[in-house]
Design a protein around this ligand. Structure first.
Ligand SMILES: [Zn+2]
Length: 272
């Protein structure tokens, strides 16, 4: 039963992401996307400190991320999972398989399933090529598409794109799609996908989180008000009920500190 569901969930995820990826990413090839992602990464890391404390923190996120990526719509991309040292509660992804979570988010998380479902949501954006589409729209609107074919203009293109940080924030429909893809990747990896509802409920109750005012707070992502948390919670709840996954479904891991030593070690390394 468990395995049968797993296969169904994986193929649904693949179908969904292929369906969304097929409709119009023509300008930017996958190789170019990976190259641009690398450039985004180096430019972003000039403005955001990478967490370099206890290696168990980075290891945990990378391990969780890689396992989910295998079950995502683009399992062969070279993924990079980075922990950003910031009390802001946030996570985001850029094209080419670069995914970031903050120490603030990890500290706020109560279970491995919460971390995994947030990372899975970000992988949903990568699989559906939301960042690529945003970049293509930007290049078309600015009349810059020729630059894609004139030698290596990657650095300049990414610099220009980063000056408009809205490129890192997605539309309401894209957020819904990433939520939907994310719960499927999480379920296919045997994480309890209700984790994302637990986390959104926590965010709703906490009324947001601390803001650094820096580049991270300009990247809306988790806190982008569209769709509002209650709407996302309702949408995902309906989807999980449709998938027949219960909150306490024994087939799916919650990853509570008492049962997930990796999560417990990560939390301990960050000071609980
Ligand atoms: Zn998102």
């Amino acid at each position: 039963m468990k395995n049968a569901f797993r296969i169904v969930a994986v193929s649904t995820a693949l179908l969904l992401s292929c369906a969304s990826a097929d409709s119009g990413s023509l300008l930017i090839s996958e190789d170019r996307e990976i190259q641009m992602g690398g450039e985004y990464n180096s430019q972003l890391l000039q403005e955001m400190p990478v967490y370099t404390g206890d290696v168990r923190v980075n290891d945990y996120v990378t391990q969780v991320g890689n396992a989910l990526a295998v079950n995502s719509g683009r399992p062969t991309l070279p993924y990079h999972f980075t922990v950003v040292d910031s009390e802001e509660i946030n996570a985001f992804a850029v094209m080419g398989g670069y995914v970031y979570v903050t120490t603030g988010l990890l500290r706020a998380s109560a279970s491995g399933a919460e971390v995994a479902t947030i990372v899975a949501h970000e992988l949903g954006h990568v699989s559906a090529r939301h960042g690529v589409r945003a970049m293509e729209t930007y290049l078309i609107e600015k009349g810059l598409t020729d630059l894609l074919f004139q030698g290596d203009q990657t650095r300049q293109l990414v610099q220009g794109a980063l000056s408009t940080l809205s490129l890192l924030t997605f539309s309401k429909d894209q957020e819904r799609e990433a939520d939907s893809l994310g719960v499927q990747y999480a379920a296919a990896t045997q994480w309890n996908p209700w984790g994302i509802i637990d986390f959104f409920t926590y965010l709703e109750d906490a009324g947001g989180g601390p803001s650094s005012g820096g580049v991270l707070s300009q990247i809306g992502e988790l806190f982008s008000t569209h769709p509002a948390n209650p709407e996302r919670i309702a949408n995902v709840t309906a989807e999980l009920e449709g998938m027949g996954i219960a909150k306490d479904d024994p087939d799916y891991r919650k990853g509570l500190p008492s049962e997930d030593s990796g999560f417990a070690a990560m939390k301990a390394a960050l000071g609980g």
